[in-house]
Design a protein around this ligand. Structure first.
Ligand SMILES: [Zn+2]
Length: 236
């Protein structure tokens, strides 16, 4: 049996999806996509469960804050010459020139784009997006390949990795061991990219953000907090 419970904490309201099943004890989980789920033994008194959850509401609020902070800060782009775009945490100016071949290259501090139709912003946008996606897939794959063996030695299965452009998340890891990485990460500094990768790889061994998870993350990346702080300021 399932039910939804609205938990209030100060002025905030958290909907909790509760499942009553054959489990023996109460548990609550805040997921990276901001869903909150709870489990209780079948026949458990909902009001007592509500009291139990209420005692944990400040922890739930903290988890929600943590995940919300973990989201990228997007900027509106016009795709015109002189505009700033980011790659590996550095700023590059977009320079659009007329040319026979359509191409984009990083030259010095410039994103130099050549195309015949220099006024076609939609096309420029699409070319930039392709460039970022290709570079993201290549770079993220290489960083993953570097770190995965460490986690394999600790007993993790080799994850299935998918790349996608996401608005709300830098990355995620499912209970089935599928890691999803945001291709926009390639706009962040490399030490922040590594933080996201090691964070998600740590979830292969510990799915929740519990003590064991942070102990592992602290071991594989002792300065992860500094990197996370920097990541929170990344503009894409
Ligand atoms: Zn996480």
């Amino acid at each position: 049996m399932t039910m939804q419970m609205d938990l209030s904490f100060g002025a905030r309201k958290f909907p909790v999806d509760v499942t009553f099943s054959a489990c023996k004890r109460l548990s609550v989980t805040v997921h990276p996509d901001l869903r909150i789920t709870a489990k209780a033994p079948a026949g458990y008194e909902p009001e007592i469960l509500r009291q139990w959850l209420k005692k944990r509401s400040s922890w739930i609020a903290r988890q929600i804050d943590y995940f919300e902070r973990f989201q990228p800060l997007p900027t509106e782009r016009k795709f015109i010459s002189g505009e700033t775009h980011y790659y590996l945490g550095r700023q590059y100016r977009l320079r659009i020139r007329s040319g026979e071949i359509t191409r984009v290259r990083l030259i010095g501090r410039f994103f130099e784009m050549e195309l015949s139709d220099t006024g076609n912003r939609e096309k420029i946008r699409a070319i930039m997006l392709d460039w970022y996606t290709a570079h993201a897939k290549d770079l993220l794959s290489r960083r993953l390949a570097q770190y995965i063996p460490t986690f394999e030695r600790m007993g993790a299965a080799v994850p299935e990795v998918r790349f996608r452009r996401m608005k709300k998340r830098w990355g995620s890891c499912s209970s089935g061991g599928v890691i999803m990485l945001n291709t926009e990460l390639v706009k962040a500094p490399i030490h922040c990219i590594d933080y996201v990768i090691l964070h998600e790889l740590s979830h292969l061994l510990f799915l929740n953000h519990d003590r064991k998870f942070y102990r592992l993350l602290g071991r594989v990346l002792p300065d992860w907090e500094k990197r996370k702080e920097r990541l929170e300021k990344v503009i894409i």
